[in-house]
Design a protein around this ligand. Sequence first.
Ligand SMILES: [Zn+2]
Length: 179
Amino acid sequence: MNQIITGFYQDEEGHWAARLACGHGQHVRHDPPLVSRPWVLTADGRISRLGRTLDCVRCDEEKAQMRMMESQVLVLFDEERVTAVYPDQSIEQVTWADLETVAIHTNDSGPWGSDVWWALTGASGECQYPMGATGEKEMLDRLQKLDGFDNEVVIQAMLCTENAEFICWRKPQVQLGAS
Ligand SMILES: [Zn+2]
């Protein structure tokens, strides 16, 4: 994941490292002939690199860990209801009959940008699970069969990296008889 370089510092052995916007540090050694970064040895050289980006290895590792956590949430459904099972074995359920809205919540709180959660809300229950949860794809196939489910909204949500709520489906209003 590319992160902006906000500064430089030296480790205990005097090797230069870049401080990145995510808070991580990453070595930027000048180690010829393997790695040639003569610019890191001068203050001018370092200053000229501020604001550029580096691919942060630590962010990628954290992201991979997060993906593992997400995949430990299990979402499943049958004719009756949707069930999300969390790593601590707690459960959230909502019945299809009860379901009122299907939404996607995006937020910018993650160190690498966007987090995306599905939220299925009914009158008597709510079921939330992250993008990447086990069973999420099967669940999406099922949700897309809901009458009036809006795939365009799903696509918009995927592109969003801010705090936002996207309503993909709402229970159709009961038609009142024409007078
Ligand atoms: Zn990072």
